[in-house]
Design a protein around this ligand. Structure first.
Ligand code: DDH
Length: 286
């Protein structure tokens, strides 16, 4: 048990946990990042509902959303950390884990602030269907991300997270990694999206994705319909090209957009304390 408020100690234990030789490509990092994103990506600015505060995914209403299939692996990985640092809220732990995972996999430092609570306000629970559907196109992507208050540039930057991890047929129905080295954060996703040829493929479960066979690896690399929609849209495409050329710009913009994502629905005072009155019950405050 660490001293309450010692987030460095929590981060150190998350780092240790990332190495998982028996799991996927040997790292828990990608699924931890996806947990952080899905915990926050339910936010709706107009109604001020959803978002990372409350860690609603612990409950069936949100955790059982088919869009969250597979994220129980991430939550189970983090149970060992929670057991050791029981003072941390799940909402802080899940978001911090995403930030630590990105950094440890070679990505940028993402500003992160604590103070989220595990108190669930039923009136703030997001309905299902708030997370993106990979079979759709640019209009759908905008509909989802504009709801949270993101711009076209931020949407493309955030999409660069698909440089990590893979699709699993038993989770989303999609299959395979986006890049040959899916546990190393980089801008390769943008580069190969532009440079390689992508062929549509229907998987045995009827799901359609785009693939490129990589001869050196003897492996098929994939893109979701929503990924390739980024290069067929005139406002998204220039950002894909910029990020493909300029890794530093991508890192800077990804860090800013991801930090914004994790703060959606959270108001803070000058000292960084969360002030939304209905969100502060039962939370831990640094
Ligand atoms: Fe994603 N994502 N994502 N994604 N995502 C999947 C996996 C991962 C979409 C669909 C899928 C973001 C945006 C989108 C990560 C991070 C982020 C899978 C495969 C699908 C499907 C899941 C599975 O089968 O296990 C769609 C659609 C969008 C969209 O923008 C339109 C964003 C914004 C992020 C982020 O982190 C900022 C990560 C990481 C993974 C890999 C997970 C794993 O287990 O590996």
């Amino acid at each position: 048990m660490s001293k309450p408020g010692d987030f460095e100690a929590v981060a150190a234990d998350i780092k240790t946990l990332l190495h998982q030789p028996e799991y996927d490509d040997g790292s828990a990092g990608p699924v931890l990042l996806r947990l952080a994103w899905h915990s926050a990506g339910t936010y709706c600015a107009e109604t001020d509902t959803g978002g990372s505060n409350g860690a609603g995914m612990r409950y069936e209403a949100e955790g059982g959303d088919p869009a969250n299939a597979g994220l129980q692996h991430a939550r189970v990985f983090l149970e060992t950390v929670k057991a050791k640092h029981s003072w941390i809220t799940y909402a802080d732990l899940w978001t911090l884990a995403g930030v630590v995972a990105v950094k440890e996999m070679g990505g940028p430092e993402i500003p992160w602030k604590p103070g989220r609570t595990d108190y669930v306000d039923d009136s703030k629970l997001p309905p299902r269907g708030r997370l993106p559907d990979a079979a759709q196109g640019a209009d759908h992507i905008r509909w989802i991300f504009y709801r949270m208050g993101f711009t076209d540039q931020e949407i493309v930057a955030l999409s660069g997270a698909h440089n990590l991890g893979r699709g699993h047929m038993d989770r989303s129905g999609f299959h395979g990694p986006w890049v040959p080295n899916p546990t190393r954060f980089s801008n390769q996703y943008f580069r190969i999206m532009l440079e390689w040829e992508w062929k549509e493929k229907t998987l045995s479960n009827g799901v359609k994705q785009f693939v490129h066979y990589d001869e050196d690896l003897d492996e098929e690399i994939m893109m979701l319909p929503t990924d390739l929609a980024l290069i067929h849209d005139e406002a998204f495409a220039p950002w894909v090209k910029k990020y493909a050329k300029d890794k530093d710009l991508f890192y800077k913009d990804f860090a800013a957009a991801f930090a914004k994502l994790l703060e959606l629905g959270i108001s803070r005072d000058a000292d960084g304390r969360i002030t939304n009155s209905d969100n502060v019950k039962g939370g831990y405050h640094a």
